[in-house]
Design a protein around this ligand. Structure first.
Ligand code: Q0Z
Length: 285
């Protein structure tokens, strides 16, 4: 019965429940500029867990997922233990981040030739699948489609690309109609005991996707992030060198950031966050 701790991410923990189940626990820790800060954002882990649950429930018709149950604490997900694929599955609908850097250097991202004259943060003509390696430490590295196909097999690659783009189209349309651009997103997939492809980890959270407010969208430069912008702006006022340890956050920055997470949850789900706290499984219905 007691869950055993098996792994830590920057802001999440994994426990094993039994031979075929894991427990993913989302903490209230926040990272910025790749540094986990000493100050937590109350309920951040609950917002992210609720959003993942919401998207898992609504994308079952596209692909099965690992979710078994949301626990009463609102931050813990019981999930099926899978054999994870060794690639990060990124879909980009807008050109930003490492995609923008690769486009400037090569006119292409992961082997996708892109039109000339794109500006930073422009919408792409079609969403593109841009796989990356799973780095144990440091940053994931973009790889070509052929490198990814070598890692997972050609047929599996084709399936993952199709499913990832279908998921992105579905969620980004839903989100944009509610005032939030999902500029890009990262999925992790696994295989069940039958070799069936299963969506795992988290889905369309602000930690796995770039959320941009529609009403502030302006291509030509980097966009403010929906959730972390107060934290970044505050950190920029300090002259901090972005190495450990990061700064403590003042209460106004904590409160403003918490409010942004709750706002994203409520806009995307149409569910009041208080209702989620009272019964997390509301997001699954
Ligand atoms: C997810 C991660 C986290 C650190 C392994 N259903 C699954 N089956 C097997 N493995 C995983 C999953 Cl979700 C799995 N990660 C990413 C999550 C903390 C790393 F909460 N690693």
């Amino acid at each position: 019965m007691p869950e055993l701790h098996v792994a830590s991410g920057k802001v999440r923990e994994i426990y094993s429940v039994d031979d075929d189940r894991l427990l993913l626990v989302a903490s209230d820790r926040i990272s910025t500029f790749d540094v986990v800060l000493p100050t937590e954002i109350p309920d951040k882990g609950r917002v992210l867990t609720g959003l993942s649950g919401f998207w898992f429930a609504r994308t079952e018709q596209i692909v099965p997922n690992h979710l078994l149950a949301l626990r009463e604490d609102g931050r813990s997900t019981e999930c099926r233990l899978l054999e994870m694929l060794p690639i990060e599955c990124v879909v980009r609908g807008y050109i930003t981040g490492s995609g923008w850097k690769d486009y400037l250097a090569n006119g292409a991202v992961c082997g996708h030739r892109l039109p000339e004259g794109l500006r930073e943060s422009d919408k792409l003509p079609e969403p593109i699948f841009t796989p990356s390696t799973k780095a144990q430490t440091g940053h994931d590295e973009n790889i070509t489609r052929d490198q990814a196909a070598e890692l997972v097999g050609r047929e599996r690659f084709d399936e993952v690309e199709l499913v990832a783009i279908a998921l992105y189209r579905f969620a980004s349309e839903h989100a944009e109609a509610r005032g939030i651009i999902l500029a890009d997103t990262k999925f992790e997939f696994g295989l069940d005991e039958n070799g069936t492809l299963v969506l795992a980890d988290e889905a369309f959270t602000p930690d796995s996707s770039r959320f941009w407010p529609v009403d502030e969208y302006e291509p030509g430069h980097g966009q403010p992030s929906f959730d972390k912008q107060f934290v970044r702006d505050y950190c920029e006022t300090l002259g901090w060198d972005k190495t450990y340890p990061g700064p403590e956050l003042p209460h106004e920055v904590v409160a403003g950031t918490r409010a942004r997470y709750v706002e994203a949850f409520e806009r995307l789900t149409g569910i009041s966050f208080d209702d989620y706290l009272a019964d997390p499984e509301v997001v699954l219905r």
